[in-house]
Design a protein around this ligand. Structure first.
Ligand code: SF4
Length: 209
């Protein structure tokens, strides 16, 4: 078994948050949604699965995913090709809802336990897309607000792009910050294309002649 296969199996079997999740309003069991391969060149570092993803077992099978695929200019086949795009959230399981029906934050124990190990298992990365404040904090070590961090995207491009979460809750944010769609997204889409086309070129160069 390769190191990455072993790591994926260990994360899939993780039940560290069983008691925590049992105590939420949803009283659910852990179901880690693990979606990466060591060949991936693009990383989407997200927040945590929502209730729909907890059901489907595939990341971003919800309206947030539709919006994110639109932002990246990726069709579903490419987005879900683990050998090209790794999707690694700050927690692999749905954290549940609080008593008012709001999403709970990703349990910090997940990133503490797994995130650095997963990053070491992704040696081919050329582009990291940070989705939401939890991911900004871990990957950039920043304490700045999401707006400030995303506004400073040129400080991190072209290897890293910080984004807001694509949730419907951020629709008002998108209206207040039109520069995001007008300036950041065209550069990000171009970078995604370059990185994935570079992968295709490398594959051709590696093919036996
Ligand atoms: S959220 Fe992470 S640490 Fe908690 S049970 Fe799921 S995989 Fe394990």
């Amino acid at each position: 078994m390769s190191d990455a296969t072993d790591l994926i199996a260990r994360i899939r079997g993780c039940r560290l948050c069983a008691d925590r999740f049992a105590a939420t309003a949803t009283a659910h069991a852990p179901r880690p949604v693990v979606w990466f391969s060591p060949r991936a060149r693009v990383l989407i570092a997200g927040q945590a699965p929502g209730a729909r993803v907890h059901e489907s077992g595939r990341p971003f099978t919800d309206p947030s995913g539709d919006r994110l695929r639109g932002w990246l200019g990726l069709d579903p086949d490419t987005f879900y090709d683990r050998d090209r795009v790794a999707i690694v959230p700050m927690a692999f399981c749905f954290p549940g809802y609080d008593a008012r029906g709001s999403d709970l934050p990703p349990p910090p124990v997940c990133a503490r336990t797994w995130h650095a190990q997963v990053m070491r298992a992704l040696p081919e990365l050329r582009l990291t897309i940070l989705v939401g404040g939890h991911s900004h904090r871990w990957h950039l070590g920043t304490r700045a607000s999401v707006t400030e961090t995303v506004r400073g995207w040129r400080d991190h491009a072209p290897r890293v792009f910080p984004l807001p979460h694509p949730s419907w809750r951020n629709t008002a944010w998108l209206k207040r910050n039109p520069w995001f769609e007008a300036e950041l997204l065209p550069v990000l889409r171009q970078r995604v294309r370059e990185v994935l086309q570079g992968e295709a070129r490398n594959d051709r160069n590696d093919a036996p002649g």
